[in-house]
Design a protein around this ligand. Structure first.
Ligand SMILES: NC(=O)c1ccc[n+]([C@@H]2O[C@H](COP(=O)([O-])OP(=O)(O)OC[C@H]3O[C@@H](n4cnc5c(N)ncnc54)[C@H](OP(=O)(O)O)[C@@H]3O)[C@@H](O)[C@H]2O)c1
Length: 291
């Protein structure tokens, strides 16, 4: 398996800020030929494009594409603009924390659209183009899910189900792309300190913050570098912290496992531990919600 950005045509959705932008920097530093970052806000895209250009002047073609990727036609237009990518990174996404019962149906739908449909439509359009040409080297698609795909948490009702769907999409596409020599990886980050994280902290319920206590946020640059290095090592199911690694163990299923014996052993152990963790969480939730 080879995740190699050198001389490649790369698309990063959500590349104007946060994790997408940090991954874009790593692609530029690692010699990509053409990089397209995609988001809805043009001013941020312009600023990030010039930041990226200044990192390797004259060596990389950095461009941006303004699109709302919840719409299928935007993905189609994007691929017509860039051509078939060698690497597609789907980092667009956002959490809008709150109790499901307090949120309106439109907000619940937006969670699915922003976190799942942005991955589905763009990977669909890109893969159709990628499948049309034979390639001597392996091409790559990376989805950014969340550790919440393994352990859904109260307060993330409009988010965790969409991130679990992204995981399922990655696992399904990985089978379908075998004959095209296209590798599909999925990352399940824990909290990291991006603009999106700062925004979600504004509405995150107190109980969610309390239950997340054991998972401190890392820097966005560190998160990107963990993902990038694990991709280079051929990992297809990537976690960025210990909690992620342990909870992933409880959900291995038929998905990729990189330390199989350790993970299967830990998963049995962790299933018992989770009995206690879940009971503690339920007790705290009941106490907080009945205040
Ligand atoms: N931060 C965390 O703690 C954390 C933890 C686990 C997983 N994640 C996931 O990691 C990814 C990156 O997170 P982040 O915190 O770096 O996010 P962020 O700072 O909020 O950046 C999100 C990016 O996605 C773009 N975007 C959002 N909706 C879009 C749409 N409909 N069409 C096109 N672009 C869109 C945003 O630009 P515009 O708004 O201008 O469109 C922005 O470039 C997300 O998928 C997130 O769910 C985050």
């Amino acid at each position: 398996m080879g995740f190699d950005t050198n001389n490649k045509n790369i698309i990063i959705t959500g590349g104007s800020q946060g994790l997408g932008l940090e991954l874009a920097k790593l692609c530029v530093l690692n010699g990509c030929a053409k990089l397209t970052i995609v988001a809805r806000t043009e001013s941020k895209l312009k600023q990030s494009t010039s930041t990226l250009q200044s990192m390797a002047p004259g060596k990389v073609l950095v461009q941006y594409f303004v699109a709302d990727l919840t719409l299928p036609e935007s993905s189609q237009a994007l691929i017509e603009f860039t051509g078939a990518p060698d690497i597609l990174i789907c980092a667009a996404g956002a959490a809008d924390p709150g109790m499901i019962l307090d949120q309106e149906p439109q907000a619940l739908k937006a969670g699915m659209d922003i976190n799942y449909l942005t991955c589905l439509y763009v990977s669909h359009a890109a893969l159709r183009a990628m499948a049309q040409k034979q390639c001597p080297y392996e091409r790559n698609i990376l989805f950014i899910s969340s550790v919440l795909a393994f352990y859904p948490l109260i307060g993330y009702g409009s988010y965790s189900p969409a991130k679990a769907a992204v995981r399922s999409l990655a696992d399904t596409l990985r089978q379908e792309t075998l004959i095209y020599n296209i590798n599909v990886a999925c990352a399940y980050p824990g909290n990291f300190l991006s603009e999106g994280y700062a925004k979600e902290m504004e509405t995150k319920p107190a109980i969610t913050i309390e239950l997340e206590g054991s998972s401190p946020a890392i820097s966005t640059a560190k998160c990107a570098s963990i993902i990038f290095n694990k991709l280079k090592r051929g990992q297809q199911s990537i976690t960025t912290d210990l909690i992620g690694f342990l909870t992933q163990g409880t959900m291995i299923g038929h998905g990729p496992a990189h330390y199989w014996f350790i993970q299967v052993f830990l998963s049995s152990l962790f299933c018992f531990i989770m009995l206690v963790v879940s009971a503690t969480h339920r007790r705290k939730i009941k106490k907080e919600l009945s205040k």
